[in-house]
Design a binder for this molecule. Structure first.
Ligand code: NAD
Length: 285
């Protein structure tokens, strides 16, 4: 396999499991030196996600590149700044930032919620509890803003950089019940933050784009949907034009495009990765 990202350094947040882990491994496979950052570097264990080595960092190292792990709560500005500082100090720079930290269960102690099934909380727009609202905004939006700000300072000095923020179809689509309101508005803000940041940083040689995935199956979603997983998957896939649910690797491959020279003239865009599900209205993840 070619390694076009050899010599480049990537920081991937939320990389302990799921989509973030897939992005970290994909960039390592392409030759990047990777900083794996997460609130909990062992978060894969929470939902039984199997690793091919003891840690995600070890999995990256297995591709023959350099890697380091950074445990950080990126809702805290100082921890986001430390994560960027450590990346630069340990891996020698920062060329690529991929912000995956977030999700509908974006902090410890928050009751797990799936993106396609039952909801233990009333997450509707007029009723969502205040702590849930604040937690979803900080876990999805603030993490992105603080990490982008810290990374932009370094990238500006270097005169180049690529940032990919993970938004969601929930940013533009509305569930008829109004549920997942806080998550949806946090992701809508993430998409628009991506656009305004791109306008600011373009003259500095920094490109900023976002990916808005539809339903992506991870170990977390399988565990959270339990015995209903297969029927949910089959029913949902039947309405997706490509007739399957997305995988974390589907998102990782578009991330590859957005950090490569193939997308050299693209910035401020939100790329939908949903198998066409947005066309038929099934994808609000
Ligand atoms: P996940 O919940 O399985 O993983 C998210 C990771 O982020 C976890 O390891 C968690 O520890 C980490 N994290 C959470 N809060 C953090 C914080 N404050 N600081 C640092 N790390 C933190 O989520 P996933 O399904 O892999 O999704 C990854 C991203 O993609 C999320 O932003 C999510 O909203 C988005 N997304 C997911 C789907 C889907 O169907 N899975 C669809 C659309 C968008």
């Amino acid at each position: 396999m070619s390694t076009p990202l050899t010599g480049q350094v990537a920081l991937v947040t939320g990389a302990g499991r799921g989509i973030g882990r897939a992005c970290a491994l994909h960039l390592a496979r392409l030759g990047a030196r990777v900083a794996v950052s997460d609130l909990n570097l062992n978060s894969a264990a929470e939902f039984g996600e199997k690793l091919s080595a003891p840690t995600v960092v070890d999995e990256c190292l297995a591709y023959g590149t350099e890697a380091t792990g950074i445990e950080a709560d990126l809702t805290m500005r100082n921890e986001a700044e430390d994560a960027v500082r450590t990346t630069v100090a340990v891996l020698g720079g920062l060329d690529i930032l991929v912000n995956c930290a977030g999700g509908t269960a974006a902090s410890p102690g928050n009751a797990p919620q799936d993106e396609g099934g039952s909801q233990p909380l009333d997450t509707r727009a007029s009723r969502m509890p205040e702590d849930h609202y604040r937690q979803q905004l900080s876990g999805n939006l603030t993490t992105t803003v603080f990490t982008c700000q810290a990374a932009a300072a370094v990238m500006r000095e270097r005169g180049r950089g690529r940032i990919v923020n993970i938004s969601s179809q929930a940013a533009t689509r509305v569930h008829p019940s109004g549920r997942l309101a806080a998550y949806s508005i946090a992701k809508a803000a993430t998409s628009h933050y991506t656009r305004v940041l791109a306008a600011e940083l373009g003259p500095d040689g920094i490109r900023v784009n976002a990916i808005a995935p539809g339903f992506i199956v991870t170990h977390r979603t399988v565990v959270q949907l339990g015995s209903g997983f297969e029927s949910w998957r089959d029913a949902t896939a039947a309405h997706v034009p490509l007739r399957r649910i997305g995988t974390p690797e589907d998102v990782a491959k578009v991330t590859e495009f957005l950090v490569s020279e193939q997308s050299a003239y693209i910035t401020g865009q939100v790329i939908t990765v949903c198998g066409g599900g947005s066309l038929s209205g099934v994808d609000r993840a």
